[in-house]
Write a protein that binds this ligand. Structure first.
Ligand code: PMP
Length: 406
């Protein structure tokens, strides 16, 4: 490891000692049998565990059942005629079908690469887009503030010679090529972002569209970018299956991403692929054979209603206390739902009022753990809380926020 890499690694560990909330296993809150923390313990809303959609999947338990025999799915290989040779054909079909139903991304004439979550594919994309010859220093990876904190965390941890964290895309002013990650709707603040770098040098773009689904945000266009990342974790809520997919324009980029996945995990678990295909199929059947299902029982409508209800309750609680403010999202027409609505993001991005300097610490006193703004490249006046935890967690959040006093 070079001295520079060692310094970056040291920086990572120092930062994560400062922000222990990152270490989920250490988020010590006694959990009772409902999966909820007891009233005296800290309510952990730092993580974005998408258990909110569990209610829907409970109703669909039988339909989503997958049975795998002992002799099945044993090979590393799936379809050697495909660039992504470890991807089961039924998963490829299910992904294309889902995008066809929702019309949120163009898949025609593109390559699909799957990974163990988008977390793996993000690194695969950086590997594929960065120069292969080791240049004098790594290519900068930037994203506009407030950016998804894990981008920086992952890069700092891996200390690659090919790429490094370059900070806020809005501030990038080097005359060197770069990779910009554009995340929309953006985690943490739910906004629709555009590329921000204004450099005379051309850069490469990775679009992280983890939340570009119609229960979170109006689908205003079919996304059609060079590299687009999606994840089952935030689409259906099955984070535990660890399925992510990239839709890639250039075959050479797709091949390099496949190579990365091959070198880090020799493919993706086929049990997960089978389950993901089944779940996507159940969602699409609801829309394509809708005579058998009530409109409000369709996946995206059902989940949007839960999120809408939560957002209304949260806004009421915030407005009443006047300790925090939360942005209002503009209404936009959703081509999927055929109605206009305001975004209902997976996280709330709270800003504390004058007189309170550290939003994360303030919430800590109410025994609510959020992720402080500094982790996202923003100031300490901001904090992010998950809106996609269990019902019990959300009810407790509203209860604890009622103790907020200015
Ligand atoms: N991108 C964004 C913006 C996310 O919020 C997340 C999950 N928190 C991911 C990527 C990673 O998702 P996955 O579970 O597929 O690794």
């Amino acid at each position: 490891m070079s001295t520079k890499q060692k310094q970056r690694a040291r920086g990572f560990f120092q930062e994560h000692t400062l922000y222990p909330s990152m270490v989920v296993a250490k988020a010590a809150s006694p959990i009772n049998k409902n999966g909820f923390t007891s009233p005296s313990s800290t309510l952990n809303l730092d993580k974005g565990d998408p258990l909110v959609f569990g209610k829907y999947w409970k109703k669909k338990s039988e339909e989503c059942m997958v049975v795998i025999k002992g002799c099945e799915l044993m090979s590393y290989l799936s379809d050697t005629s495909n660039v992504c040779w470890y991807m089961l054909p039924e998963l490829k079909d299910a992904i294309e079908r889902l995008h066809h139903v929702v019309r949120n991304a163009v898949t025609k004439d593109k390559y699909i690469v799957i990974g163990t979550g988008t977390t793996q594919l993000f690194m695969a994309a950086l590997f594929a887009l960065s120069p292969s010859m080791t240049t004098s220093h790594p290519i900068n990876v930037v994203s506009a503030t407030p950016y998804y904190s894990e981008y920086k965390d992952q890069l700092d941890l891996f200390c690659s010679e090919r790429f490094q964290w370059g900070g806020d895309a809005g501030e990038y002013d080097k005359n060197e090529t770069y990779i910009e990650v554009v995340n929309y709707p953006n985690n943490p603040d739910g906004t629709i972002k555009e590329p921000m770098v204004k450099s005379i040098v051309e850069g490469k773009l990775v679009h992280d569209l983890a939340y570009y689904w119609p229960h979170y945000t109006p689908i205003t266009h079919q996304a059609n970018h060079d590299v687009m990342l999606f994840t089952l974790s935030k689409c259906t809520g099955h984070a535990g299956s660890r399925i992510g997919w990239a839709i890639v324009k250039d075959i050479e980029v797709a091949k390099k991403m496949v190579m990365f996945v091959q070198m880090s995990s020799i493919g993706v678990a086929k049990e997960s692929q089978t389950r993901a295909a089944k779940i996507m199929g159940v969602i699409c059947d609801g829309y394509q054979k809708f005579e058998s299902i009530e409109p409000d029982q369709l996946f995206f409508e059902y989940c949007k209603n839960i999120l809408r209800e939560r957002w209304e309750k949260l806004r009421r609680s915030i407005e009443l206390r006047k300790v925090f403010t939360v942005a209002k999202y503009p209404k936009a027409y959703c081509n999927f739902a055929n109605e206009s609505f305001e975004a209902l993001p997976a996280f709330v991005w709270l800003k504390c009022e004058e007189g309170i300097e550290n939003a994360e610490n303030y919430l800590g006193k109410l025994k609510i753990r959020g992720r402080g703004g500094v982790r996202f490249g923003a100031g300490s006046k901001h904090v992010r809380l998950s809106m996609i935890g269990t019902d019990d967690e959300f009810t407790e959040l509203i209860k604890r926020l009622s103790n907020a006093k200015y």
